[in-house]
Design a protein around this ligand. Structure first.
Ligand code: 5GP
Ligand code: ZN
Length: 114
């Protein structure tokens, strides 16, 4: 989608602090981190605005996102634990309508929402 921020980041039209990249997935550091480690993992292709649009037809790249998340957790040394969040829709706090997964780590989240 031409007017999508994360499509532009995936295409390299907007710079990002990349953590991992392969043919179908990109991971980069959040511009406004909510934890000492805050990384966004996105399918490069705009397969869905949010998790509400994941289907049998597009979920293979979602599974790959989670393989990448495990790799990043090892690469970043997140052995103490990490949280993966996806916001779907405005009421959930989603601000960028391109499916993405937040990896958060480096602070104890045991007492928080989940
Ligand atoms: P959402 O609220 O949609 O779940 O998450 C969107 C995330 O994208 C937010 O945490 C926000 O800080 C991040 N973000 C927004 N614009 C940019 C940008 O231009 N670059 C990077 N690296 N992150 C961004
Ligand atoms: Zn997009």
């Amino acid at each position: 989608m031409s007017d999508c921020l994360f499509c532009k980041i995936a295409a390299g039209e907007i710079p990002s602090n990349k953590v991992y990249e392969d043919g179908s997935v990109l991971a980069f550091r959040d511009i406004n981190p909510q934890a000492p480690t805050h990384i966004l993992v996105i399918p490069k292709e705009h397969i869905a605005d949010s998790a509400a649009q994941i289907t049998e037809g597009n979920s293979a790249v979602v599974a790959h996102c989670f393989e990448v998340i495990a790799k990043i957790a090892a690469q970043e040394g997140l052995s103490d634990g990490f949280r993966v969040i996806t916001n779907a829709g405005a009421a959930a706090g989603q601000t960028v309508p391109h499916l993405h997964f937040h990896i958060l780590a480096g602070v104890s989240m045991a007492e928080k929402l989940l």
